[in-house]
Design a protein around this ligand. Sequence first.
Ligand SMILES: [Zn+2]
Length: 323
Amino acid sequence: MRRRLSALVALALASCASSPVQEPAVPGAVAMGDEAWLIAGRFPAGRQPDGNSILLRGPGGALLIDTGRHPDQVARIEAQLAALHVPLVAIVNTHWHLDHVSGNPALKAAHPGVRVYATSAINGALDGFLKDSAANSRKALADGLVPPEMVPDVEGDLATIARGAELRPDVAVDASRDVTLAGRRLSLRVAPHAATERDLWVYDPEGRRAFVGDLVTLPVPFLDTACPEGWLGALGAVASSGARQVVPGHGSPMDRVAFGRWRGAFTRFIACARGSGALEGCSAGWTEDAAEWIGSDAARAKAMADYYGERIRSGKLDGYCKV
Ligand SMILES: [Zn+2]
């Protein structure tokens, strides 16, 4: 059960970014320049995380990348949106993990014109991973195995899964394509068999920024539903995109040099876990390689890296690499 709870805990992070602040940012949001605002996802100890959310303003309104898990993340998004004085016209979900899509129904209700863009991978997840996860969670709650501080999160996720149909995209994007959303020209890039069966990341050619969802996460790579090798391929695509800045799904924005270091750390962790040396060395290697970002969160990072290292080594993720 502890392991299952670790898996529950393992869907994402927090932290705050800093950049030149020239545009309005409400508490809980950071202006990133170029008409972009980061609402950083949080990951308090013993709780489930929120993924980062990013608002982009264009001549046609606002575009939101990822909607978080908790109502307070949605409230921060709404507060920043109100400060921008433009309508929310589009949402892009980078992937279907609940820390990135749970805010969809509330935001769609509050902004009836909004259209959600995402891959159709959520369809398989609703019939598979999320259905199984809900059954496991209900049993864990009934058996009293969920720590008290985690109960609201587990109950919230169950409520979200029960409304799973409302999480589906209005526009399925299963092949990479260029789009204009909120008046901004963007490129939606599909990454097959990465953190999920099909991830979506967003490239902004004007700002030379890549919003990569959980292709970059901290304090560890969240490998719950991942194909490690496909993920490595997606990182290669990000590296060759021309992005000068990479905005992770969890953690602060990175310049391309820092992203290169994170990619190197991820590559070494996967190679180690796929190898035959002690797994202990793989998690220790990760926490050392990623120390600049992990900071005081090293103990939790190490425990989570231990968990994911075992998932890789034992072949539990191999099914996610199959077509
Ligand atoms: Zn996440």
